[in-house]
Structure formats: C-alpha cells, structure tokens
Design a protein around this ligand. Structure first.
Ligand SMILES: [Zn+2]
Length: 111
C-alpha cells in the first residue's frame, strides 16, 4: 500500500494533489496555509529588525557628520575611521540578524 498522492476536491470532485492548497479546477480552498503565532512573531521581528537597523545606521551617520564638522583634518579623518568601523560593525550585526531571522522565518513558514 502506497500513500495516496491525490485527493478528491470536495466541491468539484476533481483529483487534486495532496500537497495543493487549493483546487486548480474550481479554486476551492482545500487547506489553509497557516503560520503559527511564533512564525508571525518571527516575520514581525524580521521587519522590525531591518527597520531598526536602517534607522540606527542612518542616525549614526548623521550624528557622526554633525560631530565631525568642527574638527580639523587629522581629527576629522580619525572620526571618519571611527564612524566607518562603527557602521561596518552595525552592517555585520544587521547581516547576521537578517540571516538568522530569515532562516527562522523559513523554518516557521506554513507547511
Ligand atoms: Zn475543485
């Protein structure tokens, strides 16, 4: 006995693959892809995190530009290097966070 791979659509009796979410013949919804509460939180966290990082990096750049205005050559160069390092660090944190949250979103996607 092998597992059934096709089911009958309840509204039009068309044979539909068991993995289909809706009937290709009549469009009836066979099962709703559902993302659990945890999955929803992950998706929300993913977008919130990206937004936060954009604001953070933008804010950091703005304040660095402000504070380096009164500085002379060498000091300004030092401040620029410091800002560059800080932003590089933020981008790395961003990438790691986005990858981790992206993976979690993938793992919690509706089956
Ligand atoms: Zn159907």
């Amino acid at each position: 006995m092998s597992k059934p791979t096709m089911i009958e659509c309840p509204s039009c009796e068309h044979k539909v693959s068991v993995s289909a979410n809706s009937c290709p013949q009549c469009g009836a919804v066979l099962r709703k892809p559902k993302r659990g509460i945890f999955g929803k939180i992950v998706i929300f966290a993913f977008w919130a995190f990206n937004l936060l990082m954009v604001v953070w990096i933008w804010g950091g750049t703005q304040s660095a530009v402000e504070s380096s205005k009164g500085l002379s050559g060498a000091e300004a160069a030092g401040a620029a290097i410091g800002t560059g390092l800080g932003i590089t660090l933020l981008v790395i944190i961003w990438l790691i966070g986005a990858i981790l949250l992206g993976l979690m979103a993938l793992l919690t996607r509706p089956k």
